[in-house]
Write a protein that binds this ligand. Structure first.
Ligand code: DNO
Length: 349
């Protein structure tokens, strides 16, 4: 399998020179972050990214994410143009050497947390979602600001979107997913690109917004819409893993054996008695997931895709981008490397 690290580009305080010193590191996961969703990425930007990675002994072969616009998810007036641009972005990424593209189908908001700097008993800081901080919030009645949310929407736009998704409902969202996949996957196949769908984080509806990429039944449904190795998963252990219903090692074993995992996001999460959760260090002893069983499932099934250490805590006073500092993610990689080696797996260089 291929070890990778998310990098936010030249403005990221974590440098490629830092990343290349992490043992076994191979690939950089990145994107063109400053082009609005739905528009086309300039080829020069992708080529520059590939060149910078190469100069640092790394490979830019995986993208996270090409965003799926609300018009695509809602079937809005710009859907066709946005899907065409999406396909063009896949071609451009492939032209720059990219082999895997991550994306998600979460309406309006990507991951949801109530606090990004919760201080743990050891003094480290992490991202948490506490139900008692969330339960009384109603974006239809009041202005709310949760950390990490897309600030490009006004509160009025958020209300409009929540109402539109309410009308669309889960089945409507499935129809729009199907329309997207039927047009995008053939292009990915032709370009030799694996599309890796990230699950909803957390895997249940928030503020009445439908969320469907949540559980085994729905992952099966998603993969069966277009039965192709290019239609694969980015299996995020921490996102699916904050619902006790999801047996993560079993899901990893099943989808990896089917050849339908392109990318693994490896992190642990601690589920609290009321269903709230806290992100924690990668080590199994720190949270609710058996990380060794997850890695063993990948090794046993001959997983050849990419993995990255997902969200780290903020440790040693680093003060980096929440979830994406260098130190704890580097510790995570070292730990995962140990699990891979102990299970007889191999890192591709
Ligand atoms: C959070 C990430 C997600 C992920 C997207 C993929 O830190 O794992 O934001 O990048 O959902 O489209």
């Amino acid at each position: 399998m291929k070890s990778s690290f998310r990098w936010y580009g030249e403005s990221d305080p974590v440098t490629l020179a830092d990343i290349r010193q992490i043992p076994g590191m191979r690939s950089i996961v990145s994107a063109v972050y400053d082009v609005p969703p739905g528009e086309v990425w300039p080829v020069e930007r992708l080529e520059r990214m590939a060149g910078l990675c190469e100069e640092n002994g790394l490979v830019f072969d995986i993208v996270e994410s090409i965003p799926v616009t609300e018009d695509i998810k809602l079937g809005g007036p710009e859907r066709d143009r946005h899907i065409e641009n999406y396909c063009e972005n896949i071609r451009r990424c492939a032209g720059a050497g990219v082999k895997c593209v991550t994306y998600n189908f979460m309406p309006v908001f990507d991951w949801t947390r109530t606090q990004l700097d919760k201080v743990g008993t050891d003094g480290s800081k992490s991202l948490v979602m506490y139900w008692d901080q969330l339960k009384d919030l109603d974006p239809l009645r009041e202005d709310i600001h949760l950390p990490g949310w897309d600030s490009s929407y006004t509160q009025e736009q958020v209300r409009g979107l929540i109402r539109a998704y309410g009308e669309l409902g889960e089945e409507g969202l499935w129809e729009n997913i199907s329309c997207f996949l039927k047009r995008v996957i053939p292009v990915a196949e032709e370009q030799g690109v694996i599309m890796a769908l990230h699950p909803d984080d957390p895997p249940y509806p928030i503020f009445g917004l439908p969320r469907v990429i949540t559980c085994e039944k729905n992952l099966d449904r998603y993969l069966s819409i277009v039965d192709s190795p290019s239609n694969s998963l980015c299996l995020c252990t921490g996102s699916l893993g904050c619902s006790r219903e999801n047996d993560i090692p079993a899901l990893v074993r099943k989808y990896s054996a089917m050849g339908r995992i392109g990318f693994m996001h490896l992190r642990n999460v601690k589920i609290l008695p009321d269903g709230s959760f806290e992100e924690c260090g990668h080590w199994s002893g720190a949270g609710s997931l058996d990380m060794n069983a997850i890695v063993k499932a990948l090794v046993d099934t001959g997983f050849e895709g990419w993995f990255r250490p997902d969200h780290g805590r903020d440790i040693w006073g680093e003060g980096g981008r929440p979830g994406y500092g260098l130190f704890d993610r580097a510790l995570g990689t070292a730990y995962i490397n140990g699990l891979i080696e102990a299970n007889g797996g191999r890192l591709e260089r």
